[in-house]
Ligand binder design. Structure first.
Ligand SMILES: Cc1ncc(COP(=O)(O)O)c(C=O)c1O
Length: 515
């Protein structure tokens, strides 16, 4: 690689990237003036001279004593950039008209953003013509895979008959009825993104109770509206984060007034006692709590037995409501999301991502009592594009024809194939790691110990996840680029060969970094 190439498309950093980069850069050099400078400096001085040298170096894993993790990452990043000259060119060109060269800050990834040309079935293709097994899944959207015949048919039929009326259509009723059946909540409204759904949920909890405070879990992400941009990925600095049993309400974005973040009280996941304390310290002031019932923005962290039911009972005993943010788990954890998976039905469920079959659809469902406040106009749940006919046609097809019982059986078989293969390689290579998976989603956690909450998650070294991502990418499998924070998504169009490729790449990675 030409080191200049890497710096030419050197992206701006985001909160998530800063967390990952600082640690990777620390691994790469001991005397770092600034993480990204250190990265570039290291790449310039110790990179293999040519792309083929880099490839040869990466292809022959050396013993850990002579081949450090940082050297492995460096070699893999060289291969990555070498494979994608057109992506590099587009990333550079894009900085003229697209701020930061991307369309969302979370599309910035290291060593450079990957520009895609198209997707088909279980595969993605980049602008350099490389094919990937898609386990990125568009951050949890692509449960249907790409170009699924049922989605294509539904969208094609609707696009010719009008894409927007701002009036209800039959597909919305069919989709809402099916969501009621799956999630055990009788009434639904639609919107366009996970952010909108969780914003409506927070508004509703406040409108219904007439209270201002909400409780959220440290490390849970619920989109980018003010009330929940709190302690999503708080600074490693203990003063910023506060103690584990009483985390601070740390803003997770600039531009959010402290007056708003102060209304969001933060607790650790799996910590019922902390919720009880917050409720008792603020009697009659807490509107409700929002959480990812299975955390999926800190790898995957599952709730301990009794935690979710305990939350529901505790909140209700204080006149407060419980919202499950199922934007990631809805349809991917199982046909009825985490609600069906855990058997605990909250007052409100938020859905987005996978329910639209690749189109922008989100939904909010609630108990009859909660949704009465929408029906009677106490809370005006609105939006020009809500439940537009194109989105509803795709959502209906997703629920009726894609996320079927047969599909879930197939997903479960592929999940088992992946988990068995990864666990075998972890064992064979003596890695301090374990696999966590739920339904179509899963991840390798690079720690021998189970992860119970965000603080445990923070202590995991991200360099292994980044190295794993690079090995997969260079080996033709596209995982989401956020290291330890994200997880794979298997679609209904993946097959055994896709999973075998994923496991084979993991085996190569494990042999390179293992004992
Ligand atoms: C759990 C969760 N909730 C909400 C959101 C926000 O969804 P959107 O990006 O569609 O606004 C996300 C996005 O990643 C998420 O993971």
């Amino acid at each position: 690689m030409a080191p200049e190439q890497a710096s030419a498309v050197d992206p701006a950093t985001t909160t998530r990237q800063r967390a990952a980069d600082s640690e990777i850069a620390t691994a790469a050099t001991t005397k770092a003036p600034a993480p990204r400078q250190a990265e570039r400096a290291t790449a310039k001085t110790s990179a293999p001279a040519t792309p083929s040298a880099a490839r040869a170096a990466a292809a022959k894993p050396q013993a850990p004593a002579t081949r450090s993790l940082e050297a492995i990452i460096r070699a893999q990043e060289e291969i990555f950039i070498d494979r994608q000259p057109e992506s590099a060119r587009m990333a550079t060109a894009a900085t003229s008209a697209l701020s930061g060269g991307v369309v969302s800050s979370w599309q910035i990834s290291r060593p450079q953003p990957v520009w895609l040309s198209h997707g088909s079935g279980s595969k993605l293709y980049d602008v350099d013509g490389n094919e990937y097994v898609d386990l990125h899944g568009g951050y949890g959207v692509s449960l249907a895979g790409h170009g699924h015949p049922a989605i294509v048919k539904a969208v094609q039929a609707q696009v010719a008959r009008g894409t927007h009326f701002a009036q209800p259509t039959e597909a919305a009723l069919v989709a809402a009825t099916e969501l009621s059946r799956r999630f055990g909540l009788p009434q639904w409204r639609f919107c366009n993104s996970g952010t909108e759904a969780t914003m409506d949920a927070v508004h509703l909890m406040r409108a219904i109770t007439g209270r201002d405070l909400i409780i959220k879990v440290e490390g849970c992400y619920h989109g980018h509206h003010d009330s929940v941009q709190v302690s999503v990925c708080p600074d490693e600095d203990e003063d910023q984060r506060g103690p584990a049993e009483r985390p601070n309400s740390a803003p997770s974005s600039t531009g959010i007034p402290k007056a708003i973040t102060d209304l969001t009280l933060v607790v650790g996941f799996n910590d019922l006692a902390a919720v009880q304390r917050r409720l008792e310290e603020n009697p009659g002031q807490v509107a409700g709590m929002i959480l990812e019932p299975i955390m999926m923005n800190s790898g995957i962290i599952v709730p301990e037995p009794g935690y979710l039911q305990g939350l529901k009972d505790l909140l209700h005993s204080h006149g407060a409501l419980l919202t499950f943010d199922e934007v990631k788990t809805g349809l991917t954890a199982g046909p009825g999301g985490a609600t069906g998976y855990t058997g605990v039905t909250p007052d409100i469920v938020c859905l987005a991502k996978a329910i639209g079959g690749g189109l922008a659809v989100a939904a909010i469902g609630g108990t009859a009592e909660v949704m009465d406040h929408v029906a009677n106009g106490d809370y005006e749940q609105v939006g020009t594009f809500n439940g537009n006919p194109l989105a509803m046609a795709a959502c209906r097809a997703m629920l009726e024809d894609v996320a079927t019982q047969d599909a879930y059986q197939r997903l479960e078989r592929l999940r088992q194939l992946a988990v068995t293969g990864l666990e075998r390689e972890i064992e064979r290579n003596g890695l301090d790691a374990h696999v966590v998976s739920v339904g179509a989603k899963g991840c390798v956690v690079f720690s021998a110990k189970p992860v119970r909450d965000f603080r445990d998650f923070l202590s995991i070294r991200d360099s292994y996840s980044h190295a794993h991502w690079l090995f997969q990418h260079n080996g033709g499998v596209f995982l989401p680029p956020w290291g330890k924070a994200e997880q794979w998504l298997i679609s209904v169009q993946h097959d055994d060969a896709d999973i075998e490729k994923f496991v084979a790449n993991f085996a190569t990675f494990a042999a390179a970094v293992g004992r």
